[in-house]
Design a protein around this ligand. Structure first.
Ligand SMILES: Cc1ncc(COP(=O)(O)O)c(C=O)c1O
Length: 365
C-alpha cells in the first residue's frame, strides 16, 4: 500500500461494536451511529450488524445513512432550510429539531414521521468550551421548560446530548437521574428518548453494568425506548494514519516530515491543541518532532521520545485516526489525500478508496 493511508481495522471495530450490543441486550438501549464522527461507509456492512441505524447533523448525512447504512435514520440539524426539509423527509424515520421555532415551522411538512426536539438540560462534562453544548449562549437545544410543555403534543421523542468523551459513569448516572426528575411530566408522554453521544463506554474498565442499570431504570420509569448516539466510542482505537518520512531536518531537535498533515488529515488535534499517540515506531528516548508536509508552521503531530532516530523512508503510524478525523479531511496545500484501507475480519487488506488530482480539482472551481 502506498502511504499516506487511513487504515481501519475491522477486528478492533468489532470489539467496540460488541460493547454496543451488550448495552442493547442488558439495558434495551439502541445505539445509532453519529455520522458526524465517522461516516466511512466502507465498513458499514460490519457496523450494521450491531447498530440500530444512524443519526445525522445535515441532509447529506441523513441521505448517506439511508443509502449506505439503512435501518433507522434519525435526522437532526441545528438549522434545517425549506429545501432540506423537503428532501430529508424522504430519508428520515425521525426528524429532530433543534428549536421549537423550527418544529413549529416545519411540523406540517414532515407529517407521518416521528418528531423530536433537542433539549438543552444545561448539564455538561466537556473539557473544551468549544465543544460544550451547555456553554453560555448555547444555541444547541431548547432551554425553556415552558416552551417544551407547549409543543409536547407534537412530539414522540426528545434528544439530550450533553456529554463529551465522558468516561465517568457516576456523573453520567447522576445526569440521567437529574434529567429524569426535571423533565418527568414530559418524558412520560414520549415514546423514545435519545441520551446523545459522548459516553466513553468502550474505554477499558468502563463500568458497563452501572451504565446499563441506569439506562434500564430510566426506560422503565418513563416507558420509553432509549437511544444512544455514539460516535467516538464506536470507532475509538480502530484506525491509524499510516505515513512515510519524507525528510528529516534539524532545528535544535530532529524533525521528521511525513507525507501527511495534521492540518489536512487530523484537524481536530490542531483545533483542540492535542497531540495524537504514535502506534509505530515504539517509544524510547530519542526526542523527535513528527511534522506534516504543509506550509503551516504549526503543522506538527507532536513531540515524541522514540526508540531510534527516524530516517527518510521510515514508516510512522499515527494512532486513533478515525473519529472526527476522516470526516474533516481537507485539501489544504493540495497535499495528497490519504487513501482508505480496511483490514477486514479475515485479515485481508482492502484498498477501498484512493484520491488523485481530479478529486482535488473537483473540490473547487
Ligand atoms: C447531537 C449529537 N449526538 C451525538 C454526538 C456524538 O458524540 P460522540 O462522538 O462524542 O459519541 C454528537 C457529537 O457532537 C452530537 O452533537
Amino acid at each position: 500500500m502506498q502511504t499516506p493511508y487511513y487504515l481501519i481495522d475491522e477486528g478492533k471495530l468489532k470489539k467496540n461494536l460488541e460493547v454496543v450490543r451488550h448495552i442493547q441486550e442488558l439495558a434495551g438501549a439502541k445505539s445509532v451511529l453519529a455520522l458526524k464522527c465517522f461516516s466511512t461507509w466502507g465498513v458499514f456492512d460490519l457496523m450494521r450488524k450491531y447498530l440500530a441505524g444512524t443519526t445525522s447533523s445535515s441532509l447529506f448525512e441523513a441521505r448517506l445513512g439511508r443509502e449506505k447504512f439503512g435501518k433507522e435514520v434519525h435526522a437532526y440539524s441545528v438549522g434545517f432550510s425549506d429545501s432540506d426539509i423537503k428532501a430529508v423527509r424522504k430519508f428520515a424515520d425521525k426528524v429532530i429539531f433543534n428549536s421549537t421555532s423550527q418544529l413549529a415551522r416545519y411540523c406540517d411538512m414532515v407529517k407521518g414521521l416521528k418528531l423530536g426536539v433537542r433539549v438543552n438540560p444545561g448539564i455538561s462534562y466537556s473539557h473544551y468550551d468549544l465543544a460544550d453544548p451547555a456553554r453560555r449562549y448555547s444555541r444547541l437545544g431548547v432551554v425553556d421548560d415552558e416552551d417544551l410543555l407547549q409543543v409536547a403534543p407534537l412530539l414522540s421523542g426528545m434528544m439530550f446530548h450533553f456529554n463529551c468523551e465522558n468516561g465517568n459513569a457516576e456523573n453520567l448516572v447522576a445526569a440521567i437521574e437529574q434529567i429524569g426528575r426535571r423533565y418527568a411530566p414530559l418524558l412520560s408522554k414520549m415514546e423514545w428518548v435519545s441520551l446523545g453521544g459522548g459516553i466513553a463506554f468502550t474505554q477499558p474498565g468502563y463500568p458497563l453494568d452501572r451504565l446499563c442499570s441506569a439506562l434500564k431504570t430510566f426506560a422503565e420509569n418513563f416507558g420509553v425506548q432509549v437511544y444512544l448516539e455514539p460516535g467516538e466510542a464506536v470507532i475509538t482505537g480502530c484506525a491509524e494514519l499510516v505515513t512515510t518520512v519524507l525528510d528529516v531536518v534539524h532545528n535544535e531537535v530532529d524533525i521528521a516530515i511525513v507525507d501527511a498533515s495534521v492540518e489536512a488529515h487530523m484537524l481536530d488535534h490542531l483545533i483542540y491543541h492535542t497531540s495524537p499517540r504514535l502506534s509505530w515506531p515504539a517509544y524510547g528516548d530519542h526526542k523527535t518532532l513528527v511534522a506534516g508536509r504543509t506550509c503551516l508552521a504549526g503543522d506538527v503531530f507532536g513531540e515524541y521520545a522514540l526508540m531510534a532516530p527516524l530516517s527518510i523512508g521510515d514508516e510512522v503510524r499515527i494512532a486513533d485516526a478515525a473519529g472526527y478525523t476522516m470526516v474533516k479531511k481537507n485539501w489544504f496545500n493540495g497535499v495528497a489525500m490519504p487513501s482508505i484501507v480496511v483490514k477486514r475480519l479475515n485479515g485481508n487488506l482492502e484498498l477501498v478508496r484512493s484520491f488523485g488530482y481530479s478529486d482535488f480539482k473537483r473540490s473547487l472551481s
